[in-house]
Design a protein around this ligand. Sequence first.
Ligand code: ACO
Length: 303
Amino acid sequence: QRVDTSDQWIVERTGIRERHRAGPDDTVASLSLTAARIAMAKAGVGPLDIGAIVLGTATPDRLLPSTACDLQALMGAHNAAAFDISAACPGFIYAIVVAEGLIASEQADTVLVVGAEKLTTITDHTDRSTAILFGDGAGAAILQRVKGGDRGLLSTFIKSDGRLAPLLLRPGGGSSDPISEKVIRERSQFMKMAGREVFKHAVLTMAEACDEAIKRAGITADQVDLLVPHQANIRIIEATAKHAGMPMSKVMVNVDRYGNTSSASIPLALAQAEQEGRLKPGTVALLVAFGAGFTWGAAVVRW
Ligand code: ACO
């Protein structure tokens, strides 16, 4: 599909230069498997060590069962409980919060947390206001109880406001409006977004999430070494950095390379930051995201 847009408009208004589209045989579960294997190898754990799989996604492969169960089967993680988290772009941060709870309540010692999406399947490629934004991807992390030391999660914060749902939603194809000729005709199986309104709320909610996570961690903003924001739009990232009082040199940006990959955004950014040597043992990172719901959240991590 061709839409009336230009590379110049897209780069100026969003900062996005390229996006990735999963291959026809890739599923959210198979993308997750690739990410999970890398995370497990780094953490030195095997599939049978995993007590829970918590997978954030807005694009499950099927509506039933969960993509996390498909991933479990692909991995052979037969000792795990597996389920999806539906929290849109902060899905990875919500999944971390759930994983922390599972570990604290001794349901699991080792949790695989995944953020994975095939957003290009729910993007209306005839709608220029959304078609230019979204890409596919997956990222994963292993969470375990820390035995001594001062590394790990210092704080988390999550919040939602369902009154803002009409600003960003996928109206059709669920149980309130099952797939039908009407849904197809109205293209309501695709995401609809009031971009300018979403932008405003994104800036406000990311600011609140940063403040709360920093406060709960008992640190000050200048003790944060690296801000890892949800990669939706460079202008939203810049506004968030400004609010947090952080120079862009302390901000992880890869929206130019991947566009908005929703719940995969933060783990993809973390993986790249680690590869580039920007996350070293002891680095204090502030993760922050917002998305459809509205949902938002943040976490402070000492790497
Ligand atoms: N190419 C050219 N022109 C365009 C395009 C495009 N791709 N898209 C919109 N326009 C036009 C509009 O029609 C409008 O024209 P008009 O002034 O003649 O009416 C003009 O550009 C400005 O449109 P705005 O929507 O005001 O543009 P804005 O600067 O707000 O940028 C954007 C739009 C990029 C969508 C921005 O609002 C944004 O990033 N919002 C946040 C979106 C977001 O992050 N969503 C993800 C949430 S995460 C999740 O849960 C999936």
